[in-house]
Write a protein that binds this ligand. Sequence first.
Ligand code: HEM
Length: 134
Amino acid sequence: MNTLTARFMVSGLLFVFSIVTGIWLRNSGRPFGDILFTTHKLSAVATVILIGWSTYRIYKLGDLPETSILVVAITGALFLVLAVTGALLTFDKLASQVALRIHQIAPALALTSMGVSIYLLSVVDVARQIGAAK
Ligand code: HEM
């Protein structure tokens, strides 16, 4: 397993951890416990940083197929939606049913597009390694 694959796997685990702590947060009800809420936010931020960094490293090498760029952009947009709706849900006055519904659906969509992104980027990365070895 190369470093990039390992990084994406850690991002995937962090993402699943964000979902688990999110469901736990919801079940624990308001007011949210500081430790649980901080854990949820930190794991979400760590996921975004790790995925963003790994993706940037591949992107910097250039020559990414357009499909990969599109799927990565969709994944980024979904993470942005999660951050915005998460921020809205933080405040009792801004927490609406719509924001909650979006915050519940977006993880499934982000997980799917993240999986596709990782697959596409790994294919590009492997192709590069084969090219470099020739
Ligand atoms: C990777 C990013 C994130 C994922 C995958 C994620 C996932 C989730 C999930 C699955 C829930 C449970 C929803 C339910 O079952 O009803 C949840 C709840 C929640 N999340 Fe996130 N979340 C993310 C980022 C954030 C961020 C950045 C914030 C805050 C700035 C946040 C704030 C909240 C709050 C406040 C709740 C509780 C909502 C409520 O019970 O009213 N989330 N999250």
